[in-house]
Ligand binder design. Sequence first.
Ligand code: FAD
Length: 301
Amino acid sequence: MSPMTLRPSRQASSPIKVSFEFFPPKTPEMETTLWASIQRLAPLNPQFVSVTYGAGGSTRERTHATVSRIVTETHLKPAAHLTCVAATTEEVDGVIRSYWDAGVRHIVALRGDPFAGIGTAYEPHPGGYRQTCDLVAGIKAIGDFEVSVSAYPEKHPEAASLDSDIDVLKAKVDCGADRAITQFFFDNDHYFRYLDRVRARGIDIPIVPGIVPVQNFKQTANFAAKTGASIPDWLAARFEGLDNDVETRKLVAAAVAAEQVIDLVDRGVNEFHFYTMNRADLVYAICHLLGLRDQSVKVAA
Ligand code: FAD
């Protein structure tokens, strides 16, 4: 009998790099959870940690406060998400400048979802950045920021075709984007097919897979339906019957995510962006399986 293994069948050709995504906390309890997670994950020495920007710009101050605290209290490199939604160009430029002044050197530039919610028609703000490539150019004009953008291996739900979505990615790269982070996916073949098409279009920036550990299958499935990510039948089957069994769900989630990232490593990927949902446990375990160890990067209490 051959033993089942959770080791990569071959080592990554170059060192594994990771980044972690958090969202700004709403309450003091959520703030405590977030900082406990940052403390736990920091010693893994991520390339950067990013902080999302709420729909419609609703977390402008909280995103800024979280990113500023990361700058002042840790050795981590923060990346601030920023969208074009519901703000004039001057307002967005003001946010970009305040990040520069706070010592932030990396922005994740996004169009953002329609102000009235996912599924409604997107209307650019009359005095604002019309699309992401304009925002990327605006950021680069203000300072020497590193700029990451989004990419959609299964197509953005609003895009007429995958090719037209790749045109949008190309425009963002032509305006200076340095890296793309993908929407989450569960079938790695989607990622590799997308990568082939992107490279064939002459796009050569890193296309970093976004990995979501499934903390709650129902929530993930609902979110996937809105964002155009597909849920394979085998994934649904693995979580079947576990709605009220948190402990088993966690173990299954760790196994599923480990399987996914190890397959990606086996197929040549060495860079990952984790959607942490502000929880460290699963992500820490997956990073450990990837070979990452405590680098003793201390985060001040
Ligand atoms: P783009 O990549 O610029 O465009 C995607 C598609 O939208 C295009 O292919 C096109 O079909 C359509 N489109 C874009 N612009 C126009 C236009 N002007 N007119 C018509 N169609 C257009 N959302 C947040 O609110 N806050 C966040 O912090 C956040 N972080 C994210 C991080 C990652 C890694 C990813 C993948 C997504 C994130 N999102 C976030 C979600 C994102 O804002 C939505 O998916 C949004 O609908 C599209 O923004 P984008 O920058 O991805 O769009």
